[in-house]
Design a protein around this ligand. Structure first.
Ligand SMILES: [Fe+2]
Length: 226
């Protein structure tokens, strides 16, 4: 949408300066209203999965630092149905907002959990083979690492302007974004957007110090006929 951002004086009048924002990077977010009850159930389901498969797999997590990563099919496990359904409900909002085809819907295609104990983090990565990806924070103690998204337009990082000092830069001029994890918060971001997770610096003892998330990939599918 073209908008006028300034009136530039010139001899005998003014000229309008207009701006269009093309190729934006969209991040959707929500905070579940009943997160506390949800998270107790989800944490119990994750813990039983950890008991079953204590080794897990290695992806962006550092297994050597204690980071645990479950298998990728938690969305097929009934213990996670409530969360999967909530994700799908939220995704109808994303489809509507973006004007996606009404005969298709966004569907979770893979889902996994990651637990980072203090000192653990996640490598920078993208999620190939998906349209959207997301994360849901199940447990986020104070000091748990923030997720960091970096500007995918590497050309935009080659040269940069100087901004007004001591003033918050406009979000559209950021080259990285950090989001603090909060239990109950959910983010949806394009799967091609590079992201990493800072080390968990929580000082809480035992399992309370762990940063626990559920992450998922999403694709657009034809809606099944009812
Ligand atoms: Fe990721």
């Amino acid at each position: 949408m073209t908008r006028t951002v300034a009136q530039i004086p010139s001899e005998g009048g003014t000229d309008e300066l207009r701006r269009d924002d093309y190729f934006p990077t969209l991040v959707f977010s929500t905070k579940l209203h009943d997160a506390e009850a949800m998270n107790n159930e989800i944490l119990a389901a994750i813990n039983s999965e950890r008991d079953r498969d204590s080794k897990g797999i290695e992806r962006s997590n550092f297994r050597s630092l204690g980071g645990w990563h479950s298998h990728n099919n938690l969305h097929k496990d009934p213990a996670f149905d409530k969360l999967t359904n909530r994700i799908h409900s939220m995704l109808t909002g994303v489809s509507d907002n973006l004007g996606y085809h009404k005969g298709r819907h966004l569907e979770v295609t893979t889902m996994w959990s990651i637990s980072n104990p203090p000192g653990s983090s996640n490598r920078a990565h993208i999620h190939p083979g998906a349209l959207w990806s997301g994360v849901y924070y199940v447990q986020a103690p104070e000091g748990a690492g923030q997720i960091e998204f970096i500007d995918p337009r590497t050309v935009n990082l080659m040269n940069y302007a100087t901004y007004v000092p001591n003033t918050k830069r406009k979000t559209e001029c950021w080259t990285k974004v950090k989001v603090k994890p909060v239990a109950g918060k959910m983010l949806f971001f394009p799967s091609w957007l590079y992201h990493s997770v800072e080390p968990n610096l929580s000082t809480a003892k035992g399992k309370d110090g762990e940063r626990v998330i559920i992450s998922f990939n999403i694709n657009q599918r034809v809606k099944p006929k009812k």
